[in-house]
Write a protein that binds this ligand. Structure first.
Ligand SMILES: O=C(CO)[C@H](O)[C@H](O)COP(=O)(O)O
Length: 117
């Protein structure tokens, strides 16, 4: 079993810091939870940086409007688990969309930018 905490957009990331060493994963919502097809909220990116710097081994998941246009940004910030609905199911080739996002995410994570920012 894996334990996880989910953080909604209006919740400060610092609120959960005391519990992060007790869970396997934190899900940072990048839209208000409710339904697919919403626009990614770029102002959630600093939460990812902040969490990754403090917890280098934590799984950090992002959910909401994730696609090829923003997966580089969120992976460079330290997100390593991605929920993508519309960007895959609305793509001409879902298979190609997944491959491209996987490539971009792996490249973003490989930079380990959070070590220097
Ligand atoms: O349910 C959601 C929010 O509550 C998710 O955002 C959704 O499942 C993912 O879809 P999309 O990639 O279209 O945002």
């Amino acid at each position: 079993m894996r334990a996880s905490i989910t953080v909604k957009p209006k919740t400060d990331i610092e609120t959960i810091f005391p519990y992060c060493d007790k869970v396997d994963q934190v899900l940072i919502m990048t839209v208000e939870p409710g339904f697919g097809g919403q626009s990614f909220m770029p102002d959630m990116i600093p939460k990812i940086w902040s969490l990754r710097k403090r917890f280098p081994k934590l799984d950090i998941q992002v959910d909401g409007g994730i696609g090829p246009d923003n997966i580089t940004q969120v992976s460079e910030a330290g997100a390593n688990v991605f929920v993508a609905g519309s960007s895959i199911f609305n793509a001409a080739s879902p298979k190609d969309a997944i491959s491209e996002m996987r490539r971009l995410a792996e490249a973003g994570l490989a930079k380990k930018k959070w070590l220097n920012n």
